[in-house]
Write a protein that binds this ligand. Structure first.
Ligand SMILES: Nc1nc2c(ncn2[C@@H]2O[C@H](COP(=O)(O)OP(=O)(O)O)[C@@H](O)[C@H]2O)c(=O)[nH]1
Ligand SMILES: [Mg+2]
Ligand SMILES: [Zn+2]
Length: 418
């Protein structure tokens, strides 16, 4: 056992021993303030063993959507401490929202330590996407952000796919350490706790023990660094709450209003042929108005949560359509959340896109241009970040009959992975 690296089972953000932390979210347990993190009703506290906080209890048992009570600066501090302390880091990125979940600050905090980038939620990509292409694409995106991982892998943490490869690659990277400490870091809601839980229940027929980290569809579930010793895998894991990358629409809305934007099934992908004077509405949260096309028409592939209603209308009518129908059939936002979206205000920008480029909207999804270049007038809620990038789901996808079907060498990888 690597003595200097071995931490007590629970520790606070300074790494001091602390016995009363919630094993679900990492918050210090307390019986005084029901609104603060880690609250346990006194009668539960008195029962003693295996206590989790009220918030974790409600998320796990009632699927409650609880908002986070810890601020972004504190989360950043926890991530920084975990990255300084670890031997190796797994930087987890959400493949359904790379724009909203990649944060270059992590690179600074790693200060040259080895890390593996895990492109998680690969199961949400359209089934015809080529994983080897997406992996190469992710590698290039990381490089563009100044991140140089030792390895880049795709995974589906909900079903444990890709995680054997992650474990083997990790043990290979830190083979000189007998019991390496691995920090699971990245943005909030990328699936870090799901991944940690999977390793906790590794090869246990009964799954992870009840005490593992709490998982929910919303960002901000984990509130402190959770340390887990996994002697069966010869590793120690530190699940971190993750950092808030900024500019993600789902972080600007209340938990209930953000939920329909967070995909839990494979992304809805549809193809729209667009001419100037036409507008595509992504629910009531984005309008893409075609200002110009180099050619008779252009093709836009839309990748959004299946709960987002995509509607094509005309440039002169879209505001009226939005005004009359946002919250009714033009969702999300649903009726109760329309006011919340409107209160953010709107920002407009004009974006030029070449064929083979994506326009990604953090916390919403992305559109990809095929066939002809076009210029879009984009309207989105104030504060939401966008990015123009090379297409995530490669040019072979939807180019014609049979296009996008993985080549034979991809098939081998997919068969092994699935
Ligand atoms: N489809 C899919 N969903 C995932 C995957 N990993 C995590 N999730 C879901 O993403 C949401 C956030 O997961 P969680 O582990 O709490 O994220 P964390 O904030 O990074 O710890 C939950 O609804 C998970 O079920 C995955 O590989 N595929
Ligand atoms: Mg978590
Ligand atoms: Zn908790």
């Amino acid at each position: 056992m690597n003595g200097e690296n071995k931490l007590p089972p629970e520790f606070d953000s300074q790494g001091q021993g602390r016995s009363d932390r919630c094993p679900g979210c990492g918050a210090p347990l307390q019986i005084h303030d029901p609104a603060a993190p880690g609250y346990v009703p006194p009668e539960v506290w008195d029962r003693g063993e295996n206590v989790i906080c009220q918030r974790c209890y409600r998320i796990r048992n009632y699927g409650e959507q609880a908002s986070t009570a810890v601020g972004p600066e504190y989360l950043a501090q926890l991530a920084r401490e975990a990255l300084q302390r670890c031997d190796l880091a797994w930087i987890v990125v959400d493949l359904a929202d790379v724009c909203g979940s990649l944060d270059g600050r992590l690179c600074q905090w790693l200060a040259g330590k080895p890390f593996i980038c895990v492109g998680n939620k690969a199961d949400l990509l359209p089934s015809r996407a080529s994983f080897s292409e997406v992996r190469q694409w992710l590698q290039a995106r990381l490089q563009a952000c100044g991140l140089e991982p030792a390895e880049t892998l795709l995974a589906d943490s909900r079903h444990g796919r890709g995680l054997q490869q992650l474990l083997s690659a990790s043990l290979g990277l830190v083979e000189q350490k007998r019991h390496p400490l691995i920090a699971v870091a990245g943005a909030t809601n990328t699936g870090k706790s799901t991944l940690t839980r999977f390793f906790l229940g590794w090869q246990r027929p009964q799954g992870p023990p009840a005490g593992g980290p709490t998982v929910s569809r919303l960002a901000g579930t984990t509130q402190g660094n959770i340390f887990l010793d996994l002697p069966h895998l010869s590793i120690q894991l530190m699940d971190t709450p993750g950092i808030v990358p900024g500019g993600r629409l789902t972080d600007l809305l209340s938990p209930g209003c953000a939920l329909p934007l967070v995909p839990s099934h494979p992304l809805h992908t549809r193809l729209y042929r667009l001419r100037p004077g036409q507008t595509l509405l992504l629910g009531g949260v984005a309008a893409l108005d075609v200002a110009a096309v180099e050619g008779p028409d252009s093709v836009l592939l839309v990748f959004v949560s299946s709960e987002v209603r995509v509607h094509r209308t005309t440039s002169d009518r879209w505001r009226q359509v939005w005004e009359r129908n946002c919250g009714l059939w033009l969702v999300p936002p649903y009726a109760a959340c329309r006011q919340e979206v409107e209160s953010l205000g709107w920002q407009e920008e004009t974006v030029g896109l070449q064929p083979g480029q994506d326009l990604a909207i953090a916390g919403v999804g992305w559109v990809s241009v095929r066939r002809a270049a076009l210029r879009l007038r984009l309207s989105i809620p104030q504060g939401v970040r966008t990015e123009v990038r090379p297409a995530q789901v490669g040019p072979r996808f939807h180019e014609g009959p049979g296009a996008g079907v993985p080549r034979s060498r991809d098939m081998g990888r997919l068969r092994r992975w699935r």
